[in-house]
Ligand binder design. Structure first.
Ligand code: GAL
Length: 731
């Protein structure tokens, strides 16, 4: 029988501990730190006792992610090495004698120029550590190594499944036995079964005539399970793998899912968190996917610039969130050995992830690198050999670059070039043939825009944030209006820590539509408001509501990001005014914003500098009914300390985020309140970050890592408000 056991507890880290994995070697400050502090070797060590039941079995450790150069030693002898920080690897323990043994893992977090993405500067950090889980696995000597599941012809009336099963037989056992397979639906009901004899290291399975299947899509992310049972003279092995029925195509007329066109509206995600680096486990990975789907309301995410956690991808499958996954790299292509490693990364990524229905394209170029014909001929050929069901892409920013991939995936940063003295008028996106230089249209997608062209902090002046919003809206509008563009993935979802060579000098790229705590900036609602009202009403005025925050004063033009069909603004005791979405400026957006300006308000109506400032309210209407209201006061004061944990019931090993906000009388954040809050935690939890931290744009966040089962109490204090305690149960 196969077994998978948690091997994450009781590691000695650098001789002290114990620590539990996932673990980051160095907890960095929020900003202004020396990023070389984790760029060295670290040692993890764990003692374990061999189980007599392992006799005759295959036994190994599976490391889901170790950054960056990992070597594994068993009782002093090296048994495994892995030179990619983003994909799993195993260390074989088969045949070890009885009694106690020591596993030592040496992780070198240096930016080793032999290992992608290193060799030049990169705009993100690669925090050292055993930052994903480790599992102890046992299986019969002949066992299932992997399976690739395909669902051809999903638009036919009845469905088919084809699976190729790969067996591992390191002890050279006789390749005989039977492989039973069944398909079950999400509720566990078995839909079909089959059985084939084993005659080699691979076996092919097929199922025909499957009825009543729900296709996987963003609206109906239906998942099925293929359960395999291998019976051989070495014993019985079983393995279950989730998959979905869906068909994708990128054409020169956009992206189609299950035969229907969908515009891809997405954001890039780095997998990093403040203080904890890469080392937050399942719950935090799930939460990020949930934020992208439910708060940002995007239908696509790019795992820039490397394979991300399986927990994240599993959640994308469950949510119907489409994924662009790519190999590690950033602009730089190393020598031949480096390229060999990158080619192996293509195989590692695809063979780990080929059954995720959410993944619709493989990125097989080093992000934003120049052409490299032989190298990219290899990465493309390998991707197609391993997985013919998905297209390849390769992210570039250089125009006229060689297209060896199926989709020309372009970072189009043209918006803003006009400020750099270009003679082109303001242009959100270039037409694809100007970019590709090709004589004919090809499948084409925008994989980045925004970002460094207009870094924006959540504490920035309202006017800058309005421009940030406008830029995201203009690109989305251009994307929606151009049938040759499959979609656009903005840079980026969340602010991220980075090297000194990037960002604002504080080791942060303030490029997110959310900050590092995943607290939305106004631009987040440029995306969210494009979601259907049935999925939730969005109505976010891009204002802090003050007389003198903007240059010269006032709040006009006021963009209100919304999926309502009409809004009403009431200012003081003046009669309310109703305004419709601005289809003139944004004809292609599913839900253009309402823009209040002098088309609907005279300067006197909202007053001018020197006049009294008034309260206001904004009311959202849909089909004539009130669906949202927002009030603003004219004399904001700190009134409420809001403390919101993502969950109050958590697993004993889960990390949980707690958001803290200081609100005024109407429930709006006080964006310029610089006062600190302090955090006191009791119970089985580790707090990432300091115990006293400043509010930034009215909020801050804290991640806690549960360190076992029990009650956790978190008290947040602020000098001018009553303390608030939230209680969590880890079980
Ligand atoms: C791109 C790059 C991203 C990020 C972004 C900032 O060139 O691919 O990783 O650095 O710029 O806008």
């Amino acid at each position: 029988m196969r077994s998978t056991t948690d091997f994450n507890d009781n590691w000695l880290f650098e001789g002290t501990g114990p620590v539990r994995l996932p673990h980051t070697a160095v907890e960095l400050p929020y900003s202004y730190f020396d990023e070389t502090s984790y760029q060295r070797a670290f040692t993890y060590e764990k003692t374990f006792v061999a189980d007599p039941a392992w006799a005759g079995q295959e036994v190994w450790l599976r490391f889901d992610g170790a950054m960056a150069d990992a070597r594994v030693f068993l009782d002093g002898a090296e048994i495994a090495a892995h030179r990619d920080g983003y994909t799993p690897f195993t260390a074989r323990l088969t045949g070890i004698g009885p009694g106690q043994h020591v596993i030592r893992v040496v992780i070198d977090g240096s930016e080793n120029p032999e290992i992608p993405p290193f060799g030049n500067v990169i705009d993100y950090l690669t925090y050292a550590g055993l930052y994903r889980e480790v599992w102890l696995e046992t299986a019969p000597a002949l066992h299932i190594a992997n399976v690739k599941i395909e669902t051809p012809d999903v638009l036919a009336q009845t469905k088919r499944v084809q699976a190729r099963v790969y067996l591992d037989n390191p002890q050279g056992m006789p390749l005989t036995g039977t492989l039973r397979a069944e398909i079950a639906d999400g509720a566990g009901a078995v839909l079909a079964q089959t059985e084939v004899p084993i005659s080699g290291a691979e076996a092919a399975l097929s199922f025909d005539g499957l009825a009543g299947i729900t296709l996987w899509s963003p609206e109906t992310p239906a998942l099925y399970v293929l359960r395999l049972t291998l019976t051989s003279p070495s014993g019985t092995d079983s393995r279950s793998t989730r998959f979905g029925f869906r068909e994708i195509s990128f054409t020169d007329a956009g992206f189609h899912l299950n035969g229907a066109p969908i515009k891809l509206r997405g954001l890039n995600r780095h997998q990093s968190f403040p203080h904890a680096g890469y080392a937050l486990g399942r719950a935090a990975q799930i939460k990020d996917a949930d934020i992208l789907k439910h708060e940002l309301r995007v239908n696509m995410v790019r795992t820039s610039h490397y394979p991300q956690s399986s927990h994240f991808l599993d959640r994308c499958d469950e949510l119907g969130l489409l994924v662009f996954e790519e190999i590690p790299g950033w602009q730089h292509i190393g020598g031949l050995q480096w390229q060999d490693e990158a080619v192996m990364n293509v195989a590692r990524m695809i063979t780990r992830d080929w059954n995720h229905p959410s993944i619709v394209i493989w990125g097989v170029r080093i992000n934003e690198s120049g052409d490299s014909h032989d190298f990219y001929t290899r990465t493309n050929a390998l991707a197609r050999e391993l997985d013919i069901t998905r297209p390849t892409g390769g992210v570039r920013y250089i125009t006229d670059s060689e297209l060896l991939e199926d989709v020309y995936t372009m970072n189009d940063f043209i918006l803003g070039h006009e400020e750099m003295g270009g003679n082109r008028p303001r242009t959100p996106l270039r037409p694809q043939q100007e970019v590709t230089g090709l004589p004919h249209p090809v499948p084409y997608m925008i994989t980045e825009f925004g970002g460094h062209m207009y870094p924006t902090k959540s504490t920035d002046q309202e006017q800058r944030q309005a421009e940030h919003v406008t830029r995201h809206l203009q690109v989305l509008n251009a994307m929606y209006g151009d049938p040759q563009i499959a979609g656009a993935i903005g840079w980026c979802a969340f602010d991220y820590n980075t090297h000194k060579d990037f960002g604002s000098g504080d080791r942060i790229c303030h490029h997110g539509v959310m900050d590092m705590y995943r607290e939305p900036k106004f631009a987040a609602y440029a995306y969210a408001s494009q979601g259907d009202p049935e999925g939730g009403i969005v109505m976010q005025p891009v204002t802090f509501w003050a007389r003198g925050e903007r240059n010269i004063g006032g709040v006009l033009p006021l963009i209100i990001l919304t999926n309502c069909d009409e809004l009403e603004l009431t200012y003081g005791d003046y009669p309310p005014k109703r305004v419709k979405p601005d289809r003139e400026t944004y004809p292609h957006l599913p839900h253009p914003p309402v823009v209040l300006d002098h088309r609907s308000f005279t300067a006197e109506e909202l007053g001018v500098w020197g006049m009294k400032w008034e309260r206001a309210s904004v009311t959202g209407y849909l089909n004539g009914k009130v669906v949202a209201t927002r009030h603003y006061v004219d004399n904001a004061l700190p009134t409420t300390l809001q403390v919101v944990p993502d969950a109050t019931q958590i697993g004993p090993q889960d990390a949980v985020r707690i958001m803290v906000r200081v609100l005024d009388q109407a429930g709006n954040k006080l964006p310029f309140l610089p006062e600190p809050v302090s955090v006191r935690v009791s119970g089985p939890a580790h707090r990432f970050g300091p115990a006293v931290l400043p509010l930034r744009a009215g909020s801050t966040g804290i991640w806690l890592q549960a360190t076992g089962a029990g009650e956790i109490a978190v008290t947040i204090s602020h000098d001018r408000l009553d303390p608030v305690t939230v209680r969590l149960t880890a079980s």
